[in-house]
Design a protein around this ligand. Structure first.
Ligand code: UD1
Length: 425
């Protein structure tokens, strides 16, 4: 698949089962390295990144087996077993395709006493350093060495003692790596100013199910009492709050009614608050969240922030939605320095967006028109699809190779009727 064609201008309708969360799956999978017993993950999303992560884990000695999904699971069920870790190296070839490979650093170090991972480098949305991952592991007692594009983390003789670390800025990935290391340290570790994203809570819940002892789950200070060993578990990946929010934006911009099955309001309060402020009717239903049209969309002022703030992963989709709102919206991106790649593409579809530094002003327009556009990162690509659903005529979103590495694979069949989306080879 190298492009998606969207014929817009039609309302959507239906009930959409929300997939397991990508960002959760990518941190739960490496937990298989923390035990020699089987780890079964249910509701894994059907993504190229999940497959790539499986391949990476295979190279480290983890066996992976896909099982039939249960009826209540939209996604896949995978059982992973790291009876023995046979390699402690995550090579460049895999890491360059999937940034999340850095998340094997902590668990490999914790289990095998050593880990070597290729430095991930930048990506479409910015520089994305890993200095905080390394500083946190150092605080837990690891020795860090960087040579020839690889980082090696080693435990001292006698194992990692554990320790205290305060993150100078909130980092989801660094919190995850530190957590997955601390659970097997000799002593107690404290992580301050830790990320509080629901995916971190999901990770903590899995680790606890594997026998870890963690205090403060859901808060910004986590106290982890290291254990000698963890055991296997069966765990269901949480619903993807970003996917749910993206469908909500698609419903809002097309004035449609959609039910988002499995979505949880308390995991996406900032998104729901922003939708409501824009005039969209959102309510909790027995099995998810209902989104209903409620007149003309209104402009918003939004600034991205770590959870519980407004997610940077929702910025592009909201921007697309606000292109057709009444009045001028002001969006400020505070997390990543280069996350406006979708702006010129939206403008090519008739939007009127001006960017000054980290702030974008979206002047609402009456109509947008389909056009050939170039999709960059995953969320930017979704914003173009959202805009395409409301635009007149056909939008052809060309996918960059990088996007392909983070996208749905194979492409899902949209379980809703209305605006058409088809994939072209
Ligand atoms: C994760 C999510 C991504 C989301 C982001 C912020 C996954 C797989 N990806 O990415 O979808 O957009 O959280 O919610 O879960 N930083 C440093 N040094 C570091 C690490 C991060 O300076 O060592 C900076 C980053 O450049 C960025 C900020 O901290 O400005 C937050 O990044 P971080 O939370 O680490 O993002 P990821 O974990 O990479």
């Amino acid at each position: 698949m190298d492009k998606i064609i969207i014929r817009g201008g039609k309302p959507l309708s239906g009930r959409i089962p929300i997939s397991g969360a990508k960002n959760s799956a990518l941190t739960l999978l490496p937990c298989a390295l923390l035990t020699d017993e089987p780890l079964t993950l249910r509701n894994l999303p059907r993504l190229a990144d999940v497959d790539s992560f499986g391949h990476l884990l295979n190279q480290l000695g983890v066996s992976t087996m896909i099982e039939g999904a249960r009826p209540e699971d939209f996604g896949r069920v995978m059982t992973l077993r790291a009876g023995r870790v046979t390699s402690t190296v995550a090579p460049y070839d895999i890491v360059r395709k999937m940034r999340a490979s850095i998340l094997v650093l902590g668990p490999l170090l914790a289990r095998a006493g050593e880990a070597t991972v290729s430095l991930p480098g930048g990506c479409a949305i910015g520089n994305r350093p890993i200095d905080l991952h390394l500083k946190a592991l150092e605080a837990l007692g690891a020795e860090i060495e960087i040579t020839a594009g690889y980082v090696t983390a080693r435990a001292p003789k006698g194992g990692l003692p554990g320790g205290d670390f305060g993150f100078p800025v909130v980092s989801v990935g660094a919190t995850e790596n530190a957590l997955m290391t601390a659970v097997l340290c000799k002593g107690t570790s404290t992580l301050r100013n830790a990320a509080r994203e629901p995916e971190i809570v999901d990770l903590c819940n899995l680790l606890v199910a594997m026998g870890a002892k963690i205090e403060g789950i859901g808060g910004s200070t986590l106290v982890i009492h290291g254990k000698e060993r963890l055991h296997g578990a069966t765990y269901r990946v949480m619903a993807d709050r970003i996917e749910a929010g993206s469908y909500a934006c698609a419903a809002a911009i097309t004035g449609s009614a959609l039910d988002l099955i499995g979505a949880k309001l308390d995991e996406m309060e900032a998104t729901v608050a922003a939708l409501r402020q824009a005039g969209v009717h959102v309510e909790e239903i027995a099995d998810g969240i209902a989104v209903r049209p409620n007149g003309k969309l209104q402009a918003l002022t939004l600034s991205t922030a770590p959870f519980p703030g407004f997610a940077t992963d929702m910025q592009a989709q909201f921007m697309a939605m606000l292109c057709l709102a009444e009045g001028a919206s002001v969006l400020t991106e505070t997390i990543f320095e280069n996350r406006y790649m979708h702006v010129p593409e939206l403008n090519r579809m008739g939007a009127h967006i001006e960017v000054k530094g980290r702030t974008a002003v979206v002047h609402g327009v009456e109509r947008m028109v389909g056009a050939p556009v170039m999709a960059t990162d995953l969320r930017a690509s979704m914003s173009l699809i959202i805009a395409g659903l409301a635009a007149e005529g056909e939008t052809e979103a060309g996918l960059s190779k990088r996007w392909f590495c983070s996208g749905h694979y194979p492409p899902p069949t949209p379980p809703f009727q209305g605006g058409e989306a088809r994939c072209a080879a």
